[in-house]
Design a binder for this molecule. Structure first.
Ligand SMILES: [Zn+2]
Length: 324
């Protein structure tokens, strides 16, 4: 065993944006396509998978999953502390470093000792699964920047944007993880924090990977309302066969288990799954909360075509830029 770098680069579909934007189900659907491996939030694989043995998308503990066992064997004995170091390296304050490297047009070369193992992870997944395309829903733009600078990877960026009132509402709602190796409920974020992070990450992603040349932008609302058209466009963008999408009805997909390494507990869903807009927030979110999020995200609302006062999902103006 071991990781041998091949001459053909591994294609990484990097899903960026802010949290709670519907990327869990997107990851599972794309993972049904031939040659595509749905890896989930790979930046967490070291900490949540390797160190804490949290559940894989297939339902087994990470250390019992045959796919991840194979991947980790190929990597030798990777250091789980890569995860902790990665969290520090991806902090907002370190962003200028990554941006400077990018704008200097430096050739892809590992800039940190951990980068060899991080690059090897993608090569090992490709070899263990036979898939040439890996979907990584880590979302954080700095990690996407880092992946772009690693040798042997061909990164295509899919920017998913969702109404910030919806994501803020989702961040406030307690959600059980159903995983004994994890905390009982998923992490939550205060309104002001999720709003500001939504603004920072989405504006940064839009600036870094300008659609349509450098990336594809997808709105959650389009995905939820017109899943077939939206997913076909995404499949074409990642170089996969759109005809192989697992639709069994206009908004119904049949899902086989995926081996996503970390993320929302919904990633263990399987069988017939109905894709429908999660718009509970439109009715249930208090007016003051909607107003506060709107005020904190004004520049982003304008940039991404959301109305200042949300009335329904369909209120997004058709004139929003990007590739959706
Ligand atoms: Zn698994």
């Amino acid at each position: 065993m071991g990781v041998q770098r091949e001459t053909t680069p591994v294609r990484v579909v990097y899903v960026t944006g802010s949290g709670r934007s519907g990327t869990t189900v997107l990851n599972m659907v794309l993972g049904q396509l031939p040659g595509v491996f749905a890896a989930g939030e790979l930046r967490y694989v070291w900490q949540r998978g390797l160190a804490q043995n949290q559940a894989c998308g297939c339902g087994l503990p990470f250390g019992d999953c045959p796919v991840w066992t194979d991947v980790m064997e190929r990597l030798g004995a990777p250091d789980p502390a890569i995860g902790r170091r990665l969290l520090t390296r991806l902090r907002l304050l370190r962003l200028p470093l990554l941006l400077a490297r990018r704008s200097a047009g430096l050739p892809p070369v590992p800039a940190h000792p951990d980068d060899v193992a991080i690059g090897d992870l993608y090569a090992a997944i490709a070899q263990a699964t036979g898939c040439r395309t890996i979907v990584d829903t880590s979302k954080l733009p700095p990690y996407g920047l880092l992946l772009e600078q690693l040798p042997g990877l061909e990164v295509r960026v899919l920017h998913v944007v969702r109404d910030p009132r919806a994501t803020a509402y989702s961040w406030l709602r307690p959600k059980a993880t159903r995983d004994a190796a994890d905390t009982p409920v998923m992490s939550r974020q205060e309104l002001w924090k999720s709003s500001l992070l939504w603004l920072v990450w989405n504006v940064l992603a839009a600036a870094l990977w300008r659609a349509p040349r450098r990336g594809l932008r997808m709105h959650y609302e389009d995905f939820a309302q017109r899943p077939q058209d939206t997913l076909a466009q995404v499949a074409r963008f990642i170089g996969a066969d759109a005809g192989a999408l697992p639709f069994t009805g206009p908004a119904t997909v049949r899902l086989r288990p995926t081996h996503s390494a970390a993320g929302n507990p919904d990633r263990q869903q399987r069988g017939e799954v109905r894709l429908r807009p999660d718009n509970e927030w439109v009715e249930s979110m208090p007016v003051w909360q909607k107003a506060a999020v709107s005020a904190l995200t004004v520049p982003g609302l304008a940039l991404f075509g959301y109305t200042l006062w949300p009335r329904a999902l369909s209120r997004r103006r058709a004139a929003s830029g990007g590739g959706s």
